[in-house]
Design a protein around this ligand. Structure first.
Ligand code: NAD
Length: 505
């Protein structure tokens, strides 16, 4: 047998096993066709082949979904916390039981290496359901006592919330959005990304007997066809978006119609800073991980690598060696370390930034081109790339590329690197590598960014607040404080005095 034919046959067989040929919208517990009959092909980015089709949603589909969510709200919000908790634990249990299947779904549709999906996406998804299951009994109001009154502060769900998610970590995004919203008693209309959403749809196929009808409704399709109708719907009380700054601007515009709150998790161009006293083995490994993890399609990526001038040459030589050995290939192979970009537009975007970088005068120290993978010539592969001769003001250092592309920028001292790191419209994450405690804390406190990792990039811990400064977003996620996003406070004042005030005696 020809190994390339074998590989394609195996990939096709996995897709046929895990996906339906076509999906409807998921509304009120049913799979329904879109009103226009238009569909979107979803592709495997490693092979370019069609995996399945989803509905291209429109205004009428949104209407049905929002009405279903509104109908489900009174019963869902009145459910005892223990019942909601049991539903979440059952979801977590089912995800854990089929972890390999869900990981494969992410890999087939998104292109992420299966080893990452198994080690990162699925455990993170399960953890979010378990975290918020634990919050079911912790949601309560408070009382404030006065000599002549009692103030009761109730915490109430909003009602129907709209949630819009991207394509880079679909199941993580799904869990990060619906778990806090549902545990707080809201019902949801969720719009996943039009290019990668098969794992999300399969999730609801499996969980439809656990979640009561209408509690979560899914409308698939293009953002501009769905967003305005969904977010401006009079029954939608809140919106949460994870996506790009451009989309966030549009979403903020829609929220103006009915004056509803928005939480926004947006892009980044984070600084990964290596001081000369750092453990270079660990820092090189960290920088290599940042370059290739999820093909660089990570909002948190430390895509500006600030290297102290004293160690710059040695660091780059070592990083180049590691990146030169990265195994690029079939993402369903457990030994693959770098898969294809998730979609053709994203692939073109990354390649265009490789040209922009060169035109700006930067030089690829390693990589710099499309990668060719034997047997997967139609895949969206890009070589892991480190640009040198980068000025922090260049477009490649300021704009989010969302690919395996890192800009190395030299610095001389702490104050210079703090200034450069903060010269960005974004502020989502950052990394610091040093053995000096004072430097670590001083720099961490000086960075205008939501998360800082010291001596280990992507050191993900559950239940730590995660959110952006500046144009990286508004509001925090991934932690119990997030329940504040999904509840509002009602004050009731109980008068303890008898009789009238005597104002008009
Ligand atoms: P995107 O903004 O193009 O799309 C995100 C989602 O918004 C998709 O579902 C899309 O269909 C939808 N959308 C697009 N236009 C819309 C509109 N007018 N109204 C309503 N919805 C609309 O972003 P993307 O390319 O899918 O995702 C990548 C971006 O997401 C990057 O900027 C990345 O940094 C960011 N991201 C942020 C986080 C975070 O937590 N901060 C996590 C992952 C990704």
């Amino acid at each position: 047998m020809n190994p390339i034919n074998d590989m394609h046959a195996r990939i096709q067989a996995e897709a046929a096993r895990l996906f339906q040929p076509e999906y409807g919208h998921f509304i009120e517990g049913q799979w329904v066709q879109g009103e226009t009959g238009r569909t979107i092909d979803l592709l495997n980015p490693a092979t370019g082949r069609v995996l399945s089709r989803v509905q291209a949603g429109s205004a009428g589909d949104v209407e049905r979904a929002v009405e279903a969510a509104a109908r489900a709200f009174p019963k869902w919000s009145a459910k005892p916390p223990g019942e909601r908790q049991r539903i979440f634990l059952e979801i977590a249990h089912r995800l854990r039981k089929r972890l390999d299947d869900y990981a494969m779904m992410e890999t087939l549709n998104n292109g992420k290496p299966i080893s990452e999906a198994r080690r990162f996406d699925l455990p993170g998804t399960i953890a979010r359901f378990e975290l918020f299951a634990g919050a079911a009994f912790g949601l309560h109001g408070k009382t404030i006592d006065y000599p002549d009154a009692i103030g009761l502060v109730h915490r109430e769900p909003y009602g129907v919330v709209a949630q819009v998610i991207p394509w880079n970590v679909p199941l993580l995004m799904l869990s990060g959005k619906i778990a806090p919203a549902l545990i707080a008693g809201n019902t949801v209309v969720l719009k996943p990304a039009e290019t990668v959403c098969l794992s999300v749809l399969e999730f609801f196929r499996e969980m439809s007997d656990v979640l009561p009808p209408g509690v979560v409704n899914i409308v698939t399709g293009y953002g501009p066809d769905i967003g305005p109708h969904l977010i401006q719907h009079p029954l939608v009380m809140k919106v949460a978006l994870t996506g790009s700054v451009q989309t966030a601007r549009q979403v903020i515009g829609y929220t103006a119609k009915n004056i509803i709150p928005a939480t926004l998790e947006l892009g980044g161009k984070s600084a990964n800073i290596v001081f000369p006293d750092a453990d270079l083995d660990a820092a090189v490994e960290g920088a290599a991980l940042v370059t290739i993890f999820n093909k660089g399609e990570v909002c948190l990526a430390g895509s500006r690598l600030f290297l102290h001038r004293d160690i710059q040459d040695e660091f780059l030589a070592r990083l180049g060696k590691v990146l030169g050995r990265i195994r690029i290939g079939d993402p369903t192979d457990p030994t693959t370390q770098l898969g294809p970009q998730a979609s053709e537009p994203q692939f073109r975007k990354v390649l265009s930034y490789l040209d922009i970088g060169r035109a700006e005068g930067a030089i690829p120290f390693c990589g710099g081109s499309r990668a060719r993978v034997l047997g997967l010539e139609d895949g969206n592969y890009v070589e892991p790339t480190v640009f040198t001769k980068v000025d922090n003001r260049m477009r490649i250092a300021q704009e989010e590329i969302f690919g395996p592309v890192v800009c190395a920028i030299p610095f001389t001292d702490e104050e210079e690197v703090i200034r450069l790191a903060n010269e960005s419209v974004y502020g989502l994450a950052g990394g610091i590598w040093t053995r000096n405690l004072r430097t670590a804390h001083h720099v961490a406190r000086s960075l205008q960014t939501g998360t800082v990792w010291i001596n280990r990039y992507y050191n993900m811990k559950y239940n730590l607040p995660f959110g952006g400064y500046k144009q990286s977003g508004i509001g925090i996620e991934s932690c119990l404080e997030m329940l504040d996003n999904y509840t509002r406070l009602k004050t009731v004042v109980m008068n303890l005095n008898e009789g009238p005030l005597g104002l008009f005696a």
